[in-house]
Design a protein around this ligand. Structure first.
Ligand SMILES: C[S@@+](CC[C@H](N)C(=O)[O-])C[C@H]1O[C@@H](n2cnc3c(N)ncnc32)[C@H](O)[C@@H]1O
Length: 407
């Protein structure tokens, strides 16, 4: 373990090291607050430092798809995967052409529409007051009636964000849950002119998309090849072609529930309850994963200290899932593995995931170039006062590391 503790580490501030991207929410990077989203400067920094011209980029846990958008701007072909089908939707919006729509007539069309779309969701009436539902069915009916791709792309994020505000979900909590605060919010809406509020919010959000897309084009995205696959399980997918750089931020060790967070959006976008249930079952670390060899002393030392069966289950699913998949995929990566992780805790004790990954991949023949350590400033994370797996108080993650490994 001593060897790993002495590895080359450097403190950096990614956000201050990349001048080309003016802020973390510039362009289309900030259009949707995907939980634990990369700031674009991490990818930009990595591509500036390590990507030779013509190199392709692969992110198998792509989330919002930031890796793809930055690769697009820097002129690299890319491939993105995520279990969450929203990846494909978000990425189409984030890389869309400058819109030519007449926004006033688009919004007027939405207001006058009277065919309903009803999501396939048995819990619908638990999450929305009955007063809102017929209205939401018609608004979403309009969305699903649109044949025009551009109009749909402009409306997707505005509608999912606004619909959430009109639901009982506590938006601050990062996972679908009701709270006294969210009930109060809905109560206030019900007492006001809520239809106007809804339309106004959608309009504001549509203009935010237009501004973001305009800024994205000011970054001069290049004509590159891309493959974007949402709704896929990393454990059963294979790369069709070799890639040069794998850069990714795997799920967190504890308390991540991406599909549970996304499901309200997925239902309104037309995904079925049975599909969403299937997706949830594949989420790492809340599933069974076949054991695989983990080549790390730190990992085995930590595992040996876990007594509780339920914690062991999550620990195993996490490392067997993430490292099992990445061990198979790295065979198709020619140059760099860049793994972005936050140090997690288990029963109050830190788990140095970055060092475990480092030990494992160096044992597989990769060379550790450096670990870059950044301080978390503001990132949308899942934070709980108590870790639901252990019932114990969580220490907040304060720093994150980018482990850089080369062939
Ligand atoms: C830390 S997030 C990635 C965030 C991303 N870097 C961004 O900028 O938005 C981890 C992702 O892993 C995905 N994930 C979890 N289990 C998965 C699985 N079995 N296969 C593929 N993706 C999975 C989650 O849906 C989540 O989007």
């Amino acid at each position: 373990m001593e060897a790993v503790r002495n590895v080359l580490r450097k403190q950096v501030s990614f956000r201050n090291r990349v001048k080309e991207i003016p802020s973390t929410t510039y362009g289309t990077f900030g259009l949707y607050g995907y939980p634990a989203k990369f700031i674009p400067q991490i990818i930009a920094y990595a591509l500036n430092e390590y990507a030779g011209s013509g190199m392709s980029v692969f992110d198998p846990f792509a989330g919002y798809g930031t890796t793809g958008v930055v690769s697009n701007v820097y002129g690299h072909d890319y491939e993105l995967w995520d279990l969450n089908p929203l990846l494909e939707t978000f990425h189409k919006v984030a890389t869309m052409e400058q819109p030519k729509q007449d926004i006033d007539s688009l919004l007027a069309g939405m207001k006058g529409y009277d065919h309903e779309f009803i999501p396939d969701w048995s819990n619908l009436s638990y999450w929305f007051p009955e007063e809102f539902l017929p209205f939401l069915f018609r608004v979403w009916g309009f969305y699903h009636s649109l044949a025009d791709d551009e109009a749909k792309l402009l409306l997707t994020i505005p509608l999912i964000k606004t619909t959430r505000i009109f639901s009982y979900d506590d938006i601050q909590r990062q996972k679908l849950s009701k709270s006294p605060k969210s009930k109060k919010r809905v109560g206030r809406l019900l007492n006001g002119n809520w239809q106007d509020i809804f339309y106004k919010k959608v309009e504001e959000e549509v203009y935010a998309i237009i501004k973001g897309v305009e800024e994205h084009h000011a970054l001069s995205p290049k004509p590159v090849e891309s493959a974007v696959r949402g709704g896929v399980d990393i454990l059963t997918m294979d790369l069709a072609q070799d890639r040069d750089i794998l850069i990714t931020s795997p799920p967190y060790l504890q308390a991540q529930e991406y599909i549970r967070h996304a499901k309200m959006d997925l239902f309104w976008l037309g995904y079925s309850e049975s599909l969403i249930r299937e997706l949830s079952k594949n989420e790492i670390p809340y599933r069974y994963v076949e054991p695989c060899e983990i080549k790390s002393d730190i990992y085995h030392e930590m595992r040996g200290q876990i007594e509780e069966a339920h914690i062991l289950k999550i620990f195993d699913s996490y490392f067997f899932g993430v490292l099992g998949a990445l061990t198979r995929l790295q065979e198709k990566i020619s140059s760099y593995l860049l793994l972005f992780v936050g140090p997690a805790t288990l029963r109050g004790r830190p788990v140095p995931i970055d060092d475990i990954f480092l030990e494992h991949f160096t044992a597989l023949g990769w060379v550790h170039e450096i670990t870059l350590v950044d301080t978390i400033v503001a990132r949308r994370m899942f934070f709980y006062n108590n870790n639901p797996a252990t019932g114990l108080k969580d220490k907040r993650m304060r720093t994150e590391s980018l482990v850089v490994l080369r062939r």
